[in-house]
Ligand binder design. Structure first.
Ligand code: PMV
Length: 331
């Protein structure tokens, strides 16, 4: 009797780090050098279907309708972690799509690997606990470990060499503090340097790398306290400081990594001006030129309207905080 076809579809949303992760303590296992803290969004989605089919000779991966040999290898290696646990060799067809720009600093790898982890787990009937799914998602992309959960999420750097203590966990529910995030898109182009390459280059060449890691660990503890106390001003100070320190260490790599464009800087100035006028808002920026404005409930419409007026901003989308990765359908 031939083995059955097993499939599942899952959805996940990107998360935006407020205390940033930039640097690995182990490349192979994708272990972060410091912890991080994020919010999971609800307005941007990745939807991923995985179908383990005994008739397939090789994995077949379609990302936003396109095949790419390097991505197929990476996703095949990721699926191997699940196949090993299930004790199967069956190849899979993966179809994944985003309703937002891919690879442009909008955390598409976070939602992508979180959705794939959840779909593969269901399709193979593994029924892993969410902590285990977070550990596995981390192997695809460090930030994906956080998108397994919704609301405010903390990722532990861990200390163990096998990485079994490097996983994310929920910190506070979205409903407990329903902040909003305005995502200002300043370009839809893909970034030139991936996070993985950028982190590696920064660790190897920046004279400030060690200080950056020490700062990140200290900021994480303070930000955790700020989130649990719902202290927006404190979180705003820490969030902008963590973002700017990460970009400072990127800039200090040799040669320096510049992820911003002119509109990125103008958005930052616009957000500071809004804050001086009383708006509850702070910015954060990942490895790309898009600006995310984190807002107190009720402030996002005003912030989005102002950001849309900034030259070079193509779109400003408002998002609430959302849930973690979940199965939509499966057999
Ligand atoms: O895990 P990756 O490869 O998606 O890297 C994430 C890096 C940043 O987005 C810049 C920071 C973060 O903590 O998400």
């Amino acid at each position: 009797m031939t083995a059955p076809i097993r499939y599942a579809t899952a959805t996940a949303q990107p998360n935006i780090a407020l205390v940033k992760y930039w640097g690995k303590r182990d490349d192979e296992l994708n272990l972060p050098a410091a912890g991080s803290l994020s919010v999971t969004l609800d307005a941007l989605h990745t939807r991923t279907s995985v179908r383990f089919d005994p008739a397939l000779d090789a994995d077949d991966v379609l990302l936003n309708g396109e095949r790419d040999a390097a991505q197929t290898r990476k996703i095949g290696a990721f699926l191997d972690l699940f196949r090993a646990r299930a004790g199967v060799e069956t190849r899979a067809r993966v179809e994944s799509g985003n309703d937002f720009p891919t690879g442009a600093g909008l955390a598409s790898s976070a939602s992508g690997f979180a959705a794939l982890a959840v779909a593969a787990d269901r399709a193979l009937g593994l029924n892993l606990a969410s902590r285990e799914l977070s550990l596995l998602a981390r192997r695809g992309s460090g930030s994906a470990a956080r998108s397994i959960f919704g609301g405010f999420v903390e990722m532990a750097a861990g200390k163990r060499e096998d990485g079994e203590d490097a996983f994310a966990a929920p910190l506070l529910d979205a409903v407990a503090w329903p902040l909003e995030v305005v995502v200002a898109i300043t370009t839809r182009a893909k970034k030139a340097i991936t996070s993985r390459d950028g982190m590696d280059h920064t660790r190897k060449t920046s004279p400030f790398y060690r200080d950056w890691i020490a700062t990140a660990n200290a900021d994480l503890g303070d930000a955790r306290v700020a989130v649990l106390a719902r202290d927006f001003d404190k979180l705003a100070r820490l969030g902008e400081a963590s973002c700017l320190a990460m970009h400072a260490v990127m800039l200090s790599a040799r040669p320096g990594l510049i992820y911003w464009n002119a509109a990125t800087l103008d958005c930052m100035r616009c957000i500071h001006a809004l804050r001086r006028e009383g708006a509850g808002v702070f910015f954060t920026i990942d490895a790309g030129p898009q600006v995310k404005a984190v807002c107190l409930p009720g402030h996002a419409a005003r912030v989005a309207a102002a950001l849309r007026e900034v030259q070079g901003v193509e779109e400003a989308q408002i998002s609430g905080l959302g849930e973690g990765a979940r199965v939509e359908a499966g057999a």
